[in-house]
Design a protein around this ligand. Structure first.
Ligand code: EPZ
Length: 417
């Protein structure tokens, strides 16, 4: 397993670019199963999770070609309706094939996703919604078995805002007969991009950008081309890198409108932001101010940036409080950051971070994707050397992160473990 060896105390400055959004591409790849023929996606980075999804779609019968930043998905002949355990256990987003397979092949078997490092992560909302559309669902031998000769539109209220359940239900409802209304639907930009591709394919969906989506079923969808949105979480990670620096850093190829709550927190921490149409230049403060943060569904502060902002809080002058309401167990990075001499106390889902002004390099272990990104940021500013092990987590969602950060002054070496 690869490690990152990071030489600390580096000053960052310059320009860094953001790639396409993993969490938009994953559902959009699944959505391509709904349109027989070849769809083309642009601005697709090279990520392990996208390779896992490509593998899964190939198992189902699609043809995938990923060349540079262009991916084509030919879903003409999909024939196999099963998502096997070995792929679902690698990546929970495999559950995204459930809705499209059910809609197109009338039956799907998807391995039941287990828990993961950030918590238990149930899929009950996905299953309830598909049942409401008329699917018969059973769980046998660790597999979700969904069957529906016909899907019929329904009113579905989500008890909790869920990105995955909203998207999975959308992908089934677009080919259902009649009208479906999704209430308390998630509004994340990744949901919007899935709506955009479905509409381009011929689906009828109203209410994008709101919590009520109205879908009128159609008989067929057609393959399309689409450019994927920038990854707001990668952008936020790089903005935190800039906030931790002493010189301005420009983050390019992003969508500022997707980052509102994170930008507010950066300003609260004392950063000055120059916002362009597709780029933000961050001027770090001479002294980072403490801040309080609570993760919420979009447009609230994203749980996927919680760990990175915790690193910022470790350098603040004073106490910061960080609460995760989306994944209350997503705090594996706390113990690792404390190994770097941060002072973080965890009480259930609230971390109290006493700013220490300076971190000290050590060996730490990446536990999940965003925690790994946080450890890399911490390593860059810590005194001495930090070795982050198990970085396969970071390769799941960041394309060449060490190359990109080295381009603005970091010193990160990948070592084959
Ligand atoms: C998506 O996960 C993202 N993954 C996650 O990013 C992200 O952290 C999360 O949304 C929240 O923004 C992908 O897009 C592939 P949810 P998802 O359903 O869809 C509960 C990363 O680092 N819930 O919006 O699985 C759930 O437990 C990853 O890139 C149910 O109770 O998240 C959570 O508390 C990690 N039952 C809340 O809803 C369900 O059936 C929101 O989860 C589904 C969810």
């Amino acid at each position: 397993m690869d490690n990152f060896r990071i030489t600390g105390n580096r000053k960052l400055s310059g320009t860094i670019e953001v790639s396409g959004a993993k969490n938009a591409i994953l559902p959009v790849m699944a959505a391509c199963l709904l349109a027989p023929g070849k769809s083309v996606l642009r601005n697709v980075p090279n990520l392990i999770d996208l390779k896992t999804m490509s593998h899964l779609l190939r198992v189902i019968g699609a043809r995938i070609d990923h060349n540079g930043s262009t991916m084509s998905i030919d879903a003409k002949d999909i024939c196999f309706n099963e998502a096997p355990y070995e792929l679902v256990s690698k990546m929970r987003a495999s559950i995204y094939v459930l809705g499209p397979l059910l809609a197109r092949l009338k039956e799907a078997r998807v391995s039941f996703p287990g828990g993961c490092a950030i918590g238990t992560r149930p899929v009950d909302l996905h299953l309830k919604a598909l049942e409401a559309l008329g699917a018969q669902i059973s769980i046998d031998h660790g597999y979700i078995h969904a069957k529906a000769d016909k899907l019929t539109g329904a009113d579905i209220y989500f008890e909790k805002s869920s990105v995955g359940a909203t998207i999975n239900t959308l992908m089934a409802a677009v080919l259902a007969s009649g009208q479906t209304r999704l209430l308390n639907a998630a509004m994340e930009p990744e949901v919007d991009q899935t709506i955009d591709i479905l509409v381009k394919m011929g689906a009828k969906i109203e209410g994008k950008g709101t919590t009520t989506l109205i879908i009128t079923g159609v008989d067929d969808l057609f393959p399309v081309e689409m450019t994927m949105i920038a990854d707001r979480i990668e952008a936020g990670t790089f903005l935190v890198a800039g906030a931790l620096s002493t010189e301005p850093v420009t983050v390019k190829n992003l969508r500022p409108e997707h980052l509102g709550s994170a930008l507010d927190k950066l300003r609260e921490a004392g950063c000055e932001l120059l916002i362009g149409e597709h780029e933000i230049t961050i001027h770090p403060p001479s002294e980072i101010k403490p801040f309080n943060l609570i993760t919420l569904p979009y447009p609230g502060f994203p749980t996927d940036l919680q760990a990175q902002f915790m690193v910022l809080a470790t350098l603040a002058k004073g106490m910061s409080f960080i609460e995760d309401t989306i994944f209350p167990d997503r705090f594996m990075h706390v113990a690792e950051l404390n190994r770097l001499q941060a002072e973080i106390r965890l009480d259930r889902n609230i971390a109290t971070v006493r700013g220490v002004g300076k971190l000290s390099g050590a060996e730490v272990m990446a536990t999940d994707l965003r925690a790994s990104a946080a450890l890399v940021l911490a390593g860059i500013i810590a005194e001495g050397e930090t070795v982050v092990s198990r970085i396969y987590h970071i390769d799941r969602g960041y394309d060449r992160i060490e190359e990109k950060l080295n381009g603005i002054g970091a010193m990160i070496r990948r070592e084959n473990g």
